[in-house]
Design a protein around this ligand. Structure first.
Ligand code: PLP
Length: 372
């Protein structure tokens, strides 16, 4: 499946490894987007995306990265206070966007690596008269997975909407838009869905779209009402990234053939494999690569491991890269103290295993020569 670029096989939590068939599909011809041919492509993409989100609602598609839709979600909210649940860099970004969009924003931050406790969220909402809550499903900077269904239910009890960033979740971790009665979920193409970067995907409930009519300044490009209306007609308001639609067609064929449950199970298996590997390595070498997230709250798509004190992250990753695998450094304030193994997208335990073996080899050799 690998494309064997000079960066080796990607185990970065985005962009993820893209299968060569998907890359090749992008060389399809340009077609006018106001055409039946494009509408067919769009309709095909809808089938795949509805499966990913487990919804019957139209899935809005933007030619943007996921951040565009984070902004969109907040711009389409009516006025009112927003409670932003922060536990890492991306949830922090969500709160910064809320502020930048002019919302009265309340940030509730827990330690990076922790998840949000639904009971605490209930207390916070009880005191607040909030219009919305923002939360990140899989916090890619730390590898923590928030209980989004519970948080969404609690937001609803308090009369608030729940905006969910599932950028490293959707396509890798169970997500049931309709069954869980969610309001808004957004993601991007380049994470767990394993497409090239460049597309944003979002689903909004009917009631979210209805409320959006009261938003004072939705703007134009990211107006969810417009995107939702066009999506229902298998169209985009402005020029779509046609090449990426070809990529979607190829990728969703494979995702459908495998089935979502089986895809979620693959990701759980990879997360478990990474845990077991770290445990085995610790007992063999005495060196602990401690996952910064408590068991039970770990994301299935990314593992953040603390490297021993005094070790140099860049040198460590450089050695892994020499063996043909790209693993990521930590993110934001965890940059120098952790590494992140992204095990998402089309990876499976079979493709992850050699990457973990390479990491172990580097660790053993680092210990032998103790370069620190
Ligand atoms: C990557 C990521 C984003 C930002 O996505 P872009 O596509 O780079 O805009 C936001 N949230 C989470 C959780 C992410 O992992």
């Amino acid at each position: 499946m690998t494309t064997a670029s000079r960066f080796g096989t990607f185990f970065v939590p985005g962009p993820t490894e893209v299968r060569s068939e998907v890359l090749a599909a992008m060389s399809g011809p340009m077609i006018p987007h106001r055409s039946a041919a494009f509408e067919t492509l769009f309709a095909d993409a809808q089938v795949g995306l509805k499966e990913v989100f487990q919804t019957k609602r139209p899935v809005m598609i933007t030619a943007s990265s996921a951040t565009g839709l984070m902004e969109s979600a907040l711009r389409c909210l009516p006025q009112g206070r927003v409670l932003c649940l922060v536990n890492g860099a991306f949830s922090q970004r969500f709160s910064a966007i809320s502020e930048a969009c002019g919302h009265q924003t309340e940030r509730y931050e827990v330690e990076w690596g922790e998840v949000h406790d639904p009971d605490r969220v209930r207390q916070l909402l009880a005191n607040g008269n909030f219009a919305a809550v923002t939360v990140v499903h899989s916090e890619t900077s730390t590898g923590a997975r928030n209980p989004v269904k519970k948080i969404s239910d609690i937001a609803h009890e308090a009369g608030a909407k729940c905006l969910i960033d599932s950028v490293s979740g959707a396509g890798g971790i169970e997500l049931q838009f309709d069954e869980w009665n969610l309001d808004l979920v957004l993601t991007g193409s380049q994470k767990a869905i394993a497409l090239p970067p460049g597309l944003g995907f979002a689903v909004a409930s009917e009631s979210f779209i209805e409320d959006a009519k009261r938003a004072p300044a939705r703007g134009v490009y990211f107006d969810l009402i417009e995107l939702d209306t066009f999506a229902k007609q298998n169209q985009t308001p402005s020029t779509p990234a046609v090449s990426l639609f070809y990529a979607m067609k190829e990728q969703f064929k494979a995702i459908h053939a495998k089935g979502m449950e089986s895809r979620w199970a693959d990701h759980t298996a990879m997360a478990n494999m990474t845990d077991d590997w770290a445990d085995a390595l610790a007992s063999e070498t005495g060196v602990t690569l401690r996952n910064i997230v408590a068991k039970g709250s770990r994301s299935q798509t990314v593992s953040t491991l603390r490297i021993p004190d005094g070790w140099n992250t860049a040198a460590f990753l450089g050695e892994i890269a020499k063996r043909g695998f790209t693993v990521a450094s930590g993110y934001g304030k965890l940059r120098d103290t952790t590494i992140r193994i992204g095990h998402m997208g089309d990876h499976t335990v079979q493709t992850l295993k050699p990457c973990l073996e390479a990491c172990a080899e580097v660790l053993r050799e680092t210990m032998k020569s103790s370069p620190k």
